[in-house]
Write a protein that binds this ligand. Structure first.
Ligand code: CP3
Length: 333
């Protein structure tokens, strides 16, 4: 069994597995050189040979315990025929949302459009570099996808003022997302994904009173579905104010915490396996500092099932040598 599964299923506390959000990405020169030749990011995600190669790049350099498939949460709206474009220094820009078109979409058209993602998972899983490692599939949480689909760009600090104005439209989109996210999860699992992470990057934008409708209920539906496939699920409701309530209601197998959250309080309150937490900015400092902070997390969770990761994705300006040092620090702990 892979070390990550030992932590999740057997609650092992002495293995210290590690993988990193955005481990395949812009901080690696070998990624940047592929990216330079492939200006269309979605097309790159849908090139099964290149997305397999990018997924495996960090595994060639570092002793990581998982491969996370190189794709994006916004491949889902793309599969629903909403245009998605990634603009340099701006981020994702989405086209107009045509609800009628989405409501009439059939499963096979959706699957056909993003099929290379599933083929890449299959190739990654079969590659010897992932022997004894966990192949991770992922989706965006319904709330975060709704934010991008309606806002049509990153909400950065807040949502557009009239975001909630059309409640019946929002309800229809959430229903569509529930249906197609389950299809997307199922196909990733059938292609070899052994663990699913649900990214809710914008969970922190909501007030307490809206959490049930937009986060708890829609996420619970996906968690229960993934569990019914016998696949464990990690939730990352970034900057949600109350991780304990989230865990009590949504019941993921693992909770991934962000870097604004106090890990000692998490240890006190939460009984399920924990992942992540360290601020990615520590990778931009020096080795001594990085080691100290890494050990701080490992010490706090030393008697708790814990998967080392960061509190958000690795930053593009990170020196790969610092990543190497981080992985070695965790492995030699
Ligand atoms: O973790 C991995 O290595 C797997 C691949 C992965 C990517 N995006 C590749 C990517 C994963 C798991 C994601 C998730 C994702 N995508 C999230 C959730 C996690 C988070 O960061 O909060 C979100 C919100 C997105 C949407 C997205 N994709 C944004 C906002 C951007 C642009 C800004 C940024 O952070 O890079 C992307 C582009 C993107 N997705 C890149 C990569 C490697 C950079 C592409 C490039 O410009 O070369």
């Amino acid at each position: 069994m892979s070390t990550i599964n030992e932590v999740i299923l057997n609650k092992k506390t002495d293995l210290n597995p590690i993988w990193i959000m955005r481990q395949a990405g812009r901080y690696l020169p070998e990624f940047r050189s592929i990216r330079k030749e492939n200006p269309d990011f979605i097309k790159l995600c849908l090139n099964k040979e290149l997305s397999t190669e990018i997924t495996l790049q960090p595994l060639k350099r570092f002793d990581l315990d998982a491969a996370i498939i190189f794709s994006d949460i916004l491949i889902l709206p793309y599969g629903l025929n909403q245009e998605v474009e990634f603009k340099k220094n701006v981020g994702p820009l989405l086209g107009e949302l045509n609800l009628d078109e989405i409501l009439n979409l059939n499963d096979l058209d959706f699957i056909d459009k993003i099929k290379p993602v599933y083929e890449a998972i299959n190739l990654v899983k079969k590659n010897p570099l992932t022997n004894n490692k966990t192949t991770i599939g992922f989706v965006g949480a319904p709330w975060t996808l709704l934010v991008y689909m309606i806002n049509r760009k990153s909400p950065k600090l807040n949502l557009v003022k009239d975001f909630f104005i059309n409640e019946s439209k929002i309800k229809k989109i959430l229903d569509i997302l529930d249906r197609f996210l389950k299809i997307h999860i199922k196909h990733q699992v059938d292609s070899g994904a052994e663990l699913i992470q649900i990214f809710d990057s914008w969970a922190g934008l909501l007030n307490e009173k809206d959490l049930k409708k937009y986060i708890y209920n829609p996420t619970l539906s996906l968690v229960e579905y993934t569990k019914s496939l016998n696949i464990p699920v990690i939730c990352f409701p970034r900057e949600i104010k109350n991780y304990k309530n989230f865990c009590d209601i949504v019941k993921p197998d693992v909770i991934s915490i962000d870097y604004t959250t106090n890990p000692k309080q998490i240890l006190k309150e939460i009984k399920i396996p924990v992942q992540g937490g360290m601020d990615p900015k520590f990778l931009l400092t020096d080795k001594e500092n990085l080691k100290k902070e890494t050990k701080r997390y490992l010490d706090i969770f030393k008697d708790h099932p814990y998967i080392f990761n960061l509190g958000h994705g690795v930053l593009p300006e990170t020196d790969p040598d610092m990543m190497d040092y981080l992985v070695k620090t965790v492995k030699n702990y």
